[in-house]
Ligand binder design. Structure first.
Ligand SMILES: Cc1cc2nc3c(=O)[nH]c(=O)nc-3n(C[C@H](O)[C@H](O)[C@H](O)COP(=O)(O)OP(=O)(O)OC[C@H]3O[C@@H](n4cnc5c(N)ncnc54)[C@H](O)[C@@H]3O)c2cc1C
Length: 366
């Protein structure tokens, strides 16, 4: 039987994209890291599984611009470090009925339907809609990115333990003590990157975090209509829920989902999409990306952890400053993965990150 050390510099709870990125950033800086996840590697119980995610600069307020920029820079650095290509630029078009708050460096507001069609011929923008065109938007190879972050963490000495359930934690004079179903660990810092389970580990956060079941379908790869530049990343704002699409930039097929879903208890596995739900998603895909073969190669369910203002909650806890929460959620957190990892490492090192006040724990009075 392997005997593990029970004292380390940093314990990370959760090995989704944010815990994996935090483990990589901390280990790169020479911190001894033990990262724990209650489920086996490759599980589909959280928010980080699946093949692709969207990255974009178009955000509803300039307050995001610096963090988005840090994300692009951090992905490029990870690609250089690992020799893996993780991002594919496809451009993006975000269609909306009324005026949009979306903006960002390089983004262009387009009112003319002909110009919308010219910018992204593969997307059928509904009549009366306008769009925001984002030339830097694209696709992240999510599964590869997750594996790469974990690989970097391990290469720098982090210990990743899957199948270890954290039952609770408490602050101590020298840091924090963490109770797991395999015994007690202690560390100078604790990072809580527990996705939909964050509220269970930090009850003061629970009222801020709703968990939703979100469905996606992915259709066969290699279809002409699905390939860039005909189709980039897109979303279409609708009262029933925003439809988002991630193009086939990397042989992973076009993926489509709706930014709305049932509230879900993360202790229960999210029910897979029913035939009726799959048919509804296919009909949406056919109306916005006509001409595609919409036979699903994958139809999956996933958890969103939603805040009312769609912003994140990142930072130390006021009553336990050795504990850093990394809840980069609300259905758009993946793109920030390595930038969240770096932010968490800064916060564990005591480096102030005032640039993140707009998504901070302090902002939520925590
Ligand atoms: C369908 C879908 C589409 C999305 N599309 C995009 C997109 O296009 N672009 C984008 O930027 N973002 C997107 N997102 C959002 C993004 O994927 C999430 O914000 C991100 O994956 C959250 O990662 P996480 O590490 O915080 O959480 P998770 O991936 O859920 O990881 C949390 C981990 O913590 C573990 N854990 C929890 N409690 C414990 C415990 N007590 N002990 C041990 N381990 C524990 C869990 O097992 C889990 O593995 C999408 C999300 C979904 C679901």
């Amino acid at each position: 039987m392997t005997r593990h050390a029970d004292r380390t510099d940093v314990i990370v709870i959760g090995l989704g994209v944010h815990g994996s990125a935090a483990a990589a950033s901390l280990a790169r800086r020479g911190r001894r890291v033990i990262a724990l996840d209650r489920f086996p590697s490759g599980h589909d119980r959280g928010s980080s599984h699946g093949r692709t995610r969207m990255i974009r600069r178009a955000y509803p307020s300039p307050v995001w611009n610096d963090f988005v920029d840090r994300a692009f820079v951090a992905w490029a650095a990870l690609e250089a470090e690992s020799g893996q290509r993780l991002l594919h630029r496809t451009a993006g078009l975000y269609a909306h009925r009324g005026p949009s708050e979306l903006q960002g460096p390089g983004c262009v507001v387009i009112d003319d339907p002909d110009e919308l069609a010219r910018r992204m011929p593969g997307l059928a923008v509904p009549e009366g809609y306008r769009g925001v065109y984002d030339p830097d938007a694209g696709v992240i190879e999510a599964a590869r990115a997750l594996g790469t972050l974990r690989g970097v963490a391990v290469a720098h000495g982090a210990e990743l333990r899957h199948g270890v359930h954290v039952r609770g934690w408490e602050p101590t004079v020298t840091g924090v003590r963490v109770a797991t179903d395999e015994g007690v660990l202690s560390a100078t810092n604790l990072v809580i990157a527990a996705g939909g389970w964050t509220g269970a580990l930090v009850p003061s956060l629970a009222p801020w975090l709703d968990v939703w079941r979100i469905l996606t379908v992915t259709v066969p790869t290699g279809q002409r209509a699905g390939m860039p530049p005909g189709l980039g990343a897109f979303s279409v704002d609708r009262p029933e829920g925003l439809v988002f699409g991630i193009p086939d930039a990397c042989g992973n097929g076009v993926k489509l989902g709706v930014d709305a879903g049932l509230t879900w208890d993360p202790e229960e596995p999210a029910a897979p999409p029913s035939p009726r739900e799959i048919a509804e998603l296919r009909a949406l895909l056919e109306s916005y990306v006509p001409g595609l073969d919409t036979t699903p190669v994958e139809a999956t369910s996933c958890l969103y952890t939603m805040t009312e203002d769609r912003r994140f909650t990142i930072g130390p806890l006021a009553d336990a400053p050795a504990v850093v929460v990394a809840a980069a959620c609300s259905g758009h957190g993946f793109k920030f993965g390595p930038a969240v990892g770096d932010a968490v490492a800064d916060l564990c090192d005591g480096v102030p990150r005032d640039d993140l006040d707009f998504v901070s724990t302090a902002r939520r009075g925590l």
